[in-house]
Design a protein around this ligand. Structure first.
Ligand code: SAM
Length: 239
């Protein structure tokens, strides 16, 4: 499997991704604003509008990190389990939740590829900017399907490939020249951000990823591109 520009063993990728997020945890939120010019907030708002969290339902926010998606859903009355493989990201999230007095959250250290939850536990499963970091993506999708109840919904927010002509080149230049520099300046960590960019480049395109979701057993799979597909919301249902 790939890690940045290198090919590495699967265990090694999981370990290195762990290192990336441990390095950036403390600065993660500020970096998101810096790198997306604040746009990640709008993408996340739209994502949660699509998920339509309801009062009292149970949602698993996988790769939930510091809680951006989970907080938005908990504010709408859902019971959200924030699950992430990285304890440092979760620790930052718990601190933020406490400061903001957000209720209705559980926190769990979990690998998306092998969840500890029972079959059919959740009404919805969300994963935002998380799936491309997972070593075995198909396995994670199968786990998502397993833990969802019948009628449960799957939603994924992720970078993808923009189909707008011209935009791809600008984005490529931005991501290779500017992003690692911001990473260096703000987080003193150029390499982690190089990895993040490279992982975006290598992620399957919108149709290929949609097919993988279908492969995992989901139906009515859809994709909603934003900025021509620079970012995309994929969704499906378990029946
Ligand atoms: N969802 C949050 C957001 O939108 O701000 C955090 C996204 S952050 C870019 C990616 C997260 O994926 C990190 O917190 C990382 O620890 C987590 N992650 C990476 N591999 C994972 C895995 N195999 N299982 C669970 N979480 C994983």
């Amino acid at each position: 499997v790939s890690f940045g520009y290198e090919d590495v063993a699967p265990d090694e990728k999981t370990r290195r991704v762990g290192g990336v997020f441990s390095n950036v945890a403390a600065r993660y939120d500020i970096m998101n604003d810096a790198m997306s010019g604040g746009m990640h907030r709008l993408w996340k708002d739209r994502f949660v509008r699509r998920v339509k969290p309801r009062e009292g339902e149970t949602i698993l926010d996988m790769a939930g990190g510091t809680g951006d998606i989970a907080f938005r859903m908990a504010k709408r009355g859902a019971q959200v389990t924030v699950a992430d493989i990285n304890a440092e990201m979760l620790a930052v999230g718990m601190e933020r939740a406490e400061k903001r007095k957000i209720e209705g959250l559980n926190w769990a250290e979990e690998n998306a590829e092998a969840l500890s939850f029972e079959d059919k536990s959740f009404d919805a499963y969300t994963i935002a900017f998380g799936i491309r970091n997972v070593t075995h993506i198909q396995q994670a999708l199968e786990e998502a399907h397993r833990v969802l109840k019948r009628g449960g919904r799957f939603f994924c927010l992720e970078f993808s490939t923009t189909l707008w002509p011209g935009f791809a080149e600008i984005y490529d230049a931005y991501s290779h020249k500017v992003v690692p520099k911001i990473g260096k300046a703000l987080a003193h960590d150029e390499d982690s951000y190089r990895y993040l960019i490279e992982s975006i480049r290598r992620f399957p395109d919108m149709d290929a990823f949609k097919a993988m979701i279908g492969e995992a057993g989901f139906v009515q799979t859809r994709v909603e591109p934003m900025l021509g597909g620079l970012v995309a919301i994929h969704s499906g249902y378990r029946i």
